[in-house]
Design a protein around this ligand. Structure first.
Ligand code: NAP
Length: 281
C-alpha cells in the first residue's frame, strides 16, 4: 500500500518556515490579488490567498473589479501596482471575463512582480533553468517530491497534460532535476503503455478516474494534480485512488495533496520577489 504524501502537513511546515523568514525581513512583502467578475470559484481562491498571506505576515491587497471592467481600467490598475512600493507580487486571477485578453494582461505585469510566473520573461527563464519564480502548482509538486525524500535524477517521469500552467512547466522542472521526461496529451498514442514506464507519474488532465491501476507500474510514485468533482459533487483528482494506491509506493490524495501547496508556493514567490526588489540576498 502506498505511503500517502500529506500535502496539508508539508504545506503547514513550509508556511511556518515562510512566517519565520517574513518576521526576520527588514521589509514587509506585499501581494496584490486582482479579481475581475463574479466567478464563484475564483472568489474562493482569492479569499484563500488573502487569508494565507495574513497568516504568514505578508501584506495583501485584494481588488475586486466588476465584470464590465474595461481593458484600460484593468491595465491602469496593473500599471499602478507595478509602481507601488508596498506591492512585490501581483496576481490577476484567471480566468478573466471574455472581453479581456489574458495574455495582454499578463504581459502588463512587471516580470519581477509576476509571482504566478506566467509572464513570457519568466517562462523563458524556466526554460533556460535560471529562474526567480516557479509556477506555483508545478513548484508545489517538486516540493512534495523533495520533502518526501524521493529522488528524481535518472528516473522515468511521465507528465499527463501539456498546459502552460501545469504540464509544460512541470516537465521542465523534472528535467532540470535530471529526470527523463515524457509529456503526454490527448493525441498521445498508447498512453497506458507510456504511463506504465513511469517511476514518477504526474497527472494534470482534469478528468475524474482518468488514471487507472493498469496504467501504473508497481511501486511508482503517483502525483495527482487534477481537481474535479465526482458524480456526488465531491472534490476528487484524476487518479482512481484506491486501486492505484494499492500498487504505488507514494501517492498524493485529493483533497490534501497538491492543492494546498499551490498557495504555499505563491507565498514563497512573494517573499522571493520582495527580497529581490528590496535587494536582500
Ligand atoms: P488543461 O489546460 O485543460 O489541460 C489538460 C491537459 O490534459 C491537456 O494538455 C490535454 O491535452 C490533456 N488531456 C485531456 N484529455 C486527455 C486524454 N484523454 N489523454 C491524455 N491527455 C489528455 O488543464 P490544466 O489547467 O493543466 O489543469 C489540469 C487539472 O489540474 C485540472 O483538473 C485543474 O483543475 C487542476 N489544477 C489543479 C491545481 C492545484 O492547485 N491543485 C492547479 C492548476 C490546475 P491536449 O493539450 O491535447 O488538449
Amino acid at each position: 500500500m502506498a505511503t500517502i504524501i500529506n500535502g496539508k502537513e508539508i504545506s503547514k511546515t513550509i508556511r511556518e518556515e515562510i512566517a519565520k523568514e517574513v518576521a526576520a525581513l527588514p521589509l514587509r512583502p506585499g501581494l496584490a490579488v486582482v479579481l475581475v467578475g463574479n466567478d464563484p470559484a475564483s472568489a474562493v481562491y482569492v479569499r484563500n490567498k488573502n487569508t494565507a498571506c495574513r497568516e504568514v505576515g505578508i501584506y495583501s491587497e485584494v481588488y475586486t473589479l466588476p465584470e464590465e471592467t474595461t481593458r484600460e481600467e484593468l491595465l491602469g490598475l496593473i500599471a499602478q501596482l507595478n509602481e507601488s512600493p508596498a506591492i512585490h507580487g501581483i496576481l490577476v486571477q484567471l480566468p478573466l471575463p471574455r472581453h479581456l485578453d489574458p495574455e495582454e494582461v499578463i504581459m502588463a505585469i512587471r516580470p519581477d512582480k509576476d509571482v504566478d510566473a506566467f509572464h513570457p520573461v519568466n517562462v523563458g527563464k524556466i526554460m533556460i533553468g535560471n529562474f526567480d519564480f516557479l509556477p506555483c502548482t508545478p513548484a508545489g509538486v517538486m516540493e512534495l517530491i523533495r520533502r518526501s525524500g524521493i529522488s528524481v535524477a535518472g528516473k522515468e517521469c511521465v507528465v499527463i497534460g501539456r498546459s502552460n500552467i501545469v504540464g509544460k512547466p512541470q516537465a521542465m522542472l523534472l528535467l532540470h532535476e535530471n529526470a527523463t521526461v515524457t509529456v503526454c496529451h490527448s493525441r498521445t498514442v498508447g498512453l497506458s503503455e507510456v504511463c506504465r514506464r513511469a517511476d514518477i507519474l504526474v497527472s494534470a488532465v482534469g478528468k475524474a478516474g482518468f488514471v487507472t491501476a493498469d496504467m501504473v507500474k508497481e511501486g511508482a510514485v503517483v502525483i495527482d494534480v487534477g481537481m474535479n468533482r465526482d458524480e456526488n459533487g465531491r472534490l476528487c483528482g484524476d487518479v482512481d485512488y484506491d486501486a492505484v494506491a494499492a500498487k504505488a509506493s507514494y501517492i498524493t490524495p485529493v483533497p490534501g495533496g497538491v492543492g494546498p501547496m499551490t498557495i504555499t508556493m505563491l507565498l514563497k514567490n512573494t517573499v522571493t520577489a520582495a527580497k529581490r526588489i528590496g535587494g536582500i540576498s
